[in-house]
Design a binder for this molecule. Structure first.
Ligand code: MN
Length: 438
């Protein structure tokens, strides 16, 4: 089901882009994530790039240089676009060929160095776009720890609803307000009705929160009316990014029944610029397990190969920098660490479930994993959980407290994969800052 290991995963492989060989580099030659960038302040046109060390391979330029071998004409055409959708639509074989070609051309002993070194742009000179046109965005709810923590706030005796252990719960989100890391957005306004008030009022949200999620980009889609089988599901997935699905908890509390969240979620979401391919993640796959005491998945959500390698060991972190910290030159401070492998439902199950009714997925569609809280108090992926619904503030090192986010706060998500058999690969960051309400 998932990719097997090959020479592009060799932990000893090195690049002539020497910064990629530094142990701290997020983008070693084993990673090769895709994004869309242009030169900062130059408006020289957004184009596809691949991160390597402290640089980006400018793909249109690299293709024109002739340094990349073994690519199909379809891939060459698709990689000349200003978003990744056409390349995503080409499928697994083309994605793999491009990865292998880049790996060969960027390898330490490659003869392409002379030509390809003219096709590099330094990361610090780049600005990014959302790497694909996201037609549809679906947000799941795959952490049972998050579902239980949030459920407890509303239903202390019965935190987990009975469908949770049978269905990968999700809702259709809003794609127009998904922005790339580095943006700022205004605190949303909406209808608030605290339990003590008789009538709602239109006001700036007072309970603004982050959600630590993984974004899952669909590559090849499916025809309307057809379903994607579980064991083929990951063939339809292009790769993963970091995803902050900002949430207005007070707007949510008043609006969410009976149809689910609406304006409490649609004002902003943040993606990291780089998409790490499923092939790059091959060394970090883990067995997916379902507690024997729990209901086992229905047949369309279960298989041996999915159980063998259905989970991803992806380490995640949330950091906050307040206005005061920024003014004092203090770096963002870590407030929680978690892992994608805490999710109760995995990527293949999300894809298979989403399409089982015949719903068509399209290249560039985005799934949010849902808030990826782990089992412990220091691994919760939202302030709603960390503060028990705003009752117990968290305290930062400089003494500042937060129940929910304040204007001027910057929230950073980071992620990486590592283990003793593989080269560590990073996801970069998903960063955004909060401006006062308009
Ligand atoms: Mn969410």
């Amino acid at each position: 089901m998932s990719y097997s290991l090959n020479s592009t995963h060799d932990p000893k492989a090195r690049s002539w882009v020497t910064s990629a060989n530094e142990e701290t580099s997020e983008f070693p030659i084993q990673n090769l994530p895709f994004g869309v960038f242009q030169t900062k302040g130059k408006s020289d046109g957004f184009r596809i790039g691949v991160a390597i060390g402290d640089s980006i391979v400018d793909m249109p330029k690299a293709l024109a240089s002739g340094a990349l071998e073994g690519l199909s004409n379809d891939a060459k055409l698709a990689l000349g676009a200003s978003s990744l959708n056409a390349f995503m639509a080409l499928g697994k074989q083309n994605w793999s060929q491009v990865r292998a070609s880049l790996f060969a051309a960027l390898s330490e002993d490659s003869g392409a160095q002379n030509v390809l070194s003219d096709c590099l742009v330094t990361l610090s000179d780049a600005e990014y776009a959302v790497p694909a046109q996201i037609g549809d965005y679906t947000d799941f709810y795959t952490s049972i720890h998050h579902a239980t923590n949030v459920g407890k706030l509303f239903r202390p005796d019965n935190p987990l609803l009975p469908n949770y252990q049978w269905i990968p719960i999700g809702y259709h989100g809003r794609s127009s307000s998904i922005e790339v890391s580095g943006h700022s957005f205004h605190r949303p306004k909406g209808q608030l009705k605290p339990p003590t008030a008789d009538t709602p009022t239109l006001e700036p949200c007072k309970r603004l929160d982050y959600e630590l999620e993984v974004g899952i980009y669909i590559g090849t889609g499916n025809e309307l009316g057809s379903a994607i089988e579980l064991d083929n599901a990951e063939d339809h997935v292009f790769g993963l990014c970091l995803f902050n699905d900002w949430s207005a908890r007070d707007i949510q509390a008043w609006e969410y029944q009976p149809l689910g969240p609406f304006l409490s979620k649609s004002f902003a979401s943040t993606v990291s610029p780089w998409i790490v391919s499923m092939e790059a993640l091959a060394p970090f796959r883990q067995a997916w397990q379902r507690d024997v005491a729990d209901p086992q998945p229905l047949a369309y959500l279960d298989s041996d190969s999915m159980r063998e390698s259905g989970a991803v060991d992806m380490k995640l972190e949330i950091l906050i920098q307040t206005t005061a910290m920024r003014e004092q030159g203090v770096a963002a401070e870590s407030v929680a660490k978690s892992n994608f492998n805490h999710s109760y439902w995995n990527i293949a199950q999300m894809v298979a479930h989403h399409s089982v009714n015949g719903c068509n997925l399209r290249p560039g569609d985005l799934f949010g994993s849902g808030t990826l809280s782990g089992p412990s108090a220091d691994s919760v992926g939202a302030l709603l959980e960390a503060t028990q619904g705003g009752k117990n503030p968290i305290t930062l090192s400089n003494g500042e407290q937060r129940t929910f986010l304040e204007d001027g706060d910057t929230v950073v998500l980071r992620g990486y994969c590592d283990n003793s058999n593989a080269r560590r690969i990073g996801f970069g960051e998903a960063l955004a800052s909060i401006l006062p309400a308009i």
